[in-house]
Design a protein around this ligand. Sequence first.
Ligand SMILES: *Cc1c(COP(=O)(O)O)cnc(C)c1O
Length: 480
Amino acid sequence: MPSSSNAESTAFRSALEVIRAVEPRVADAIGAELADQRESLKLIASENYASPATLLAMGNWFSDKYAEGTVGRRFYAGCQNVDTVEALAAEHARELFGAAHAYVQPHSGIDANLVAFWAILADRVEAPALKRAQARHVNDLTEADWFTLRRELGNQRMLGMSLDAGGHLTHGFRPNISGKMFDQRSYGTDPTTGLVDYDKVAEAAREFKPLILVGGYSAYPRKVNFRILREIADEVGATFMVDMAHFAGLVAGKVFTGDFDPVPHAHIVTTTTHKSLRGPRGGMVLCGPELAEQVDRGCPMVLGGPLPHVMAAKAVALAEARRPDFADYAQRIVANSQALAEGLLRRGATLVTGGTDNHLVLIDVTGYGLTGRQAEQALLDSGIVTNRNAVPQDPNGAWYTSGVRIGTPALTTRGLGTDQMDETAELIHTVLSQTRPGSNADGTPSKAKYTLEPAVSERIAKQASDLVAGFPLYPTVDLG
Ligand SMILES: *Cc1c(COP(=O)(O)O)cnc(C)c1O
């Protein structure tokens, strides 16, 4: 690579030099991470590559600041510059998504969901209890009323998409705090089509009467009709929350519009900022004026102090997402995903729902005689980075699984297009069709072991790295 003296190369090189003087192994690891990312064919549906401006906005003095509170109303002095970036991030978010209110402090997607859950509980359970007791503040409640309220807060119902249909752990599943907070039930997908069955969702909602109906997913390859889900929520008196962590970039880029845009239909929307939205690692909550005040109490209710450096980076990334070229990017993500799906189908792969209309494809690898775990590892040996994922009614459970989830946001950021997706489909299919399930020492079939000729994995790895080499990652950044 020619040595380059542009601003981005200079910035990153200088930063590494400063770090190297203190702990060279950290500088080396940072450099190695860029090199690894440049070489790999990354198909992890939840990952992306943030812009140099976004990355640089995170490495500075904002990290030193405590800024509990909200813009203009801080519990700490000297927050005028934090106010500037937090207000900018929120303004960009409101404009980009057409939301009345944006809360940009959540540190991650899980945190954004916690903020939303507690805003809803405060609005629907705590506020009425305070009113009944004629108290203005929880501190004014008697011990007996407080005891009753705490029991009530911990016994509310949530209805969300099941994990194996593509829902997320934070939507009321037991290993996550949401499952301990809520009495949860889930809706699945139609066993023949693999699609959300709205009549079944309505049936479950009528019977269960949840306080919160959750829409959103991390492994469902289709559009969801949020208008219909809102009608269901209204019918049963539920608050409708959408977690768009995975597909926020497709909403921002106006690929999901009308019934498929959650923002006009949901009472509250949560998201990450680092997946298809291509920003810094973080989260965000959007809502109407009714829930705004409760949402703004996220810190210190469930969040630690805000991360002003990350809010600065959110402001930069959201400004980028408002530019016209982001809509073009979002469209290319889906075009690539569909090209990848078609390429795989043409070669005989089985896909959950038979295709995709978003950024991800879920391959049912039982068609290749493999578990998700075997497929994921064989692909990784061959330079293709994916992750295993359950498929609906998964016979192999949540650990081994029967699926591999692949997504196109990251490769699309690098500039790969539909022709390269066909080539990618060929590489994936070759690996999966050449991999054989292995057996345990006692001869029983193993869900983890497999065999793949080293010559095949080496050849595919070479082809994969040649493929991405044509689309340099961070082309403006040369670490020398
Ligand atoms: C990724 C994801 C999250 C969690 O985001 P983190 O930033 O890892 O906390 C939450 N919900 C959904 C639907 C996700 O896909």
